[in-house]
Design a protein around this ligand. Structure first.
Ligand SMILES: C[S@@+](CC[C@H](N)C(=O)[O-])C[C@H]1O[C@@H](n2cnc3c(N)ncnc32)[C@H](O)[C@@H]1O
Length: 247
C-alpha cells in the first residue's frame, strides 16, 4: 500500500506530518519534479524508512547524511576546545543539526530556521535519530535571533551556516559568483556571523569562487576550505573562518 502522510487529510494518522511536510513511502506518490531525488533518500537520511519528514524544497537543499557526518566530525575536531556551543543558522529539515548533535562534542546545539514547515520536519527527524533532547529550536530569521536571543552565548559559540544557494549560475557556471548568491551573498553572511562568533563554517557550492573566499578576513587565522565528496565527486565545500585547527 502506498503511504503518503500529509496533514489536512481526513484520514490523517495521529502522528501524521503537518501540512507542507511529507513522508513519501513510494516514488509514485511524489510530485514528478522531485521524483529524481527519491532514489537518494537513504543517502539523505539513512533512517528514512523510520518516517523522515521532508518539505518539497528540502529534497534539493538538505545535506546528505554522510557529508553532514563528516562535516560534523571536522567541526568537532578542529574547533577551539573552549567552544561548547554549536549554532546552526539555517537548520532546514535537520541534515546538519542532527549530525552535530550526534557527534556528542557540544554541550548544546541551537537550530534556527525561518520556515515553520522545515522546522517541524527537523524536530521530528531529530526525534527519529534520538537527538531531539540535545537541540534548542528557534523559528525565525537567524540574523535577528542571534543578536536578540542568543547574544549571551556568542563567545562560547561556533556558527555553522548552510544558506540557500540561489541565484544565477549555481548549477551551470564553472565558477559560482558568491557575490551574486541569493538571498545572501558571501559578505552578507561572513560579516555578521564573524562579528557574532569568531569561528564560522559556511557550507557552499563546490564551484564557489575561491578568490572571493580567500579575500575574506578570517579573524586573524588562515582560512581553510574543505571539499566534501560522495563516491569521489565533490558535493560541496566548507569554508572554515576563525581559529579552527586541522591536524
Ligand atoms: C539549504 S537549506 C539548509 C539545509 C539544512 N542544512 C539541512 O540539511 O536540512 C537553507 C535553509 O535556510 C532557511 N533560511 C533562509 N533564510 C533564513 C534566515 N534568514 N534565517 C533562518 N533560516 C533561513 C531556509 O528556509 C532553508 O530551510
Amino acid at each position: 500500500m502506498n503511504e503518503v502522510c500529509q496533514c489536512g487529510d481526513e484520514d490523517a494518522q495521529p502522528n501524521a506530518p503537518p501540512e507542507g511536510c511529507q513522508h513519501y513511502a513510494d516514488l509514485s506518490d511524489m510530485p514528478w519534479d522531485i521524483q529524481k531525488y527519491y532514489h537518494q533518500r537513504y543517502s539523505i537520511f539513512s533512517q528514512y524508512d523510520e518516517g523522515i519528514w521532508m518539505t518539497e524544497d528540502a529534497w534539493f537543499g538538505v545535506t546528505p547524511e554522510p557529508v553532514a557526518r563528516k562535516v560534523a566530525d571536522h567541526v568537532a575536531e578542529a574547533a577551539p576546545e573552549s567552544k561548547g556551543i554549536l549554532i546552526d543558522c539555517f537548520a532546514g529539515v535537520g541534515g546538519n543539526v542532527i549530525a552535530f548533535a550526534r557527534s556528542g562534542r557540544w554541550k548544546r546545539v541551537y537550530a534556527i530556521e525561518k520556515d515553520p514547515k522545515a522546522l517541524a520536519c527537523a524536530k521530528h527527524n531529530a526525534e527519529i535519530y534520538g537527538v531531539q533532547g540535545r537541540i534548542s529550536w528557534y523559528e525565525g530569521d537567524c540574523f535577528s535571533i542571534l543578536w536578540n536571543e542568543l547574544a549571551d552565548l556568542a563567545e562560547h559559540s561556533v556558527i555553522f551556516a548552510s544558506p540557500p544557494w540561489g541565484g544565477p549560475g549555481y548549477r551551470s557556471d564553472a565558477v559560482f559568483d558568491l557575490a551574486k548568491m541569493q538571498p545572501y551573498t558571501l559578505l552578507d553572511l561572513v560579516m555578521p556571523f564573524q562579528e557574532f562568533a569568531n569561528d564560522v563554517v559556511l557550507y557552499l557550492p563546490r564551484t564557489s569562487d575561491m578568490r572571493q573566499l580567500a579575500a575574506q578576513p578570517s579573524g586573524g587565522s588562515k582560512m581553510v576550505v574543505m571539499h566534501y565528496c560522495i563516491e569521489g565527486a565533490s558535493k560541496a565545500i566548507c569554508a572554515y573562518f576563525g581559529a579552527f585547527t586541522f591536524r
